[in-house]
Structure formats: C-alpha cells, structure tokens
Design a binder for this molecule. Structure first.
Ligand code: ZN
Length: 113
C-alpha cells in the first residue's frame, strides 16, 4: 500500500507551506488526483487521518479533485481520453496508448488560519 507514503509526503508539503505562511492551523487541503495515478482515494483518506494527527493539519478537511486521464495514440497520432491505464485506444482499439495526463497526484492548495 503506497498510500501511506503518499500521505506522509502530503503532510510534509502541507506543513512546509503552512509554516511558510505563519499559519496556526490548516483548515482545508485540496488534492488533485489523476484518474491514472493508481491512488485508492479511500485508503489515502484513512492514511491522511493517521499521519496528520497532532500536526498543523490535524482535523483538516480533505478535498479531492479528480483529474481526467489522457493518453497519446501513436497509431492515430492523436491524444485520446483514457479512463484506465491499460485501456485500448477508443479509435483504433490499439494498445499503444502512452498516458500523458492524469497520472499524478499533487497538493493543489491549502487553506490556513
Ligand atoms: Zn488509436
């Protein structure tokens, strides 16, 4: 389960940002998670609940914004929507798609007080 290490890196980013802003408390954390990022959202929420305890972000609301996946098909020479990493191209049914979007997870913004 890599969600725990993701949660820990999120805590690092959030704490650093919050301290940089002189914040007392983090109210909201907004995460952008790509559909192809292989992140189990429920597992991540659980891990965040654990790792954020006793941090500046203890009890912060976690908002998750999904980012649509996209892939490049070399056969069609075009970009296509991609819902799952190993899906075929919707135009030519080929399995050559290279994921180009929605593969990452990042901390989009935090709200502090
Ligand atoms: Zn294609």
């Amino acid at each position: 389960m890599h969600e725990m290490s993701l949660a820990e890196s999120i805590r690092g980013i959030v704490e650093e940002t919050a301290q940089g802003q002189g914040a007392q408390r983090v109210k909201t954390i907004v995460l952008a998670i790509g559909e192809l990022a292989s992140v189990e959202v429920e597992a991540l929420r659980f891990c965040l609940d654990v790792v954020l305890r006793d941090s500046l972000a203890d009890g912060a609301a976690i908002k998750i914004e999904p980012v649509a996946g996209a892939g490049w098909c070399p056969a069609c020479d075009r970009s296509v929507p991609l819902v799952q990493r190993y899906d075929p191209c919707p135009h030519c049914d080929g399995y050559q798609l290279r994921p180009t979007g929605g593969t990452e997870m990042r901390v989009k913004e935090i709200e502090v007080e």
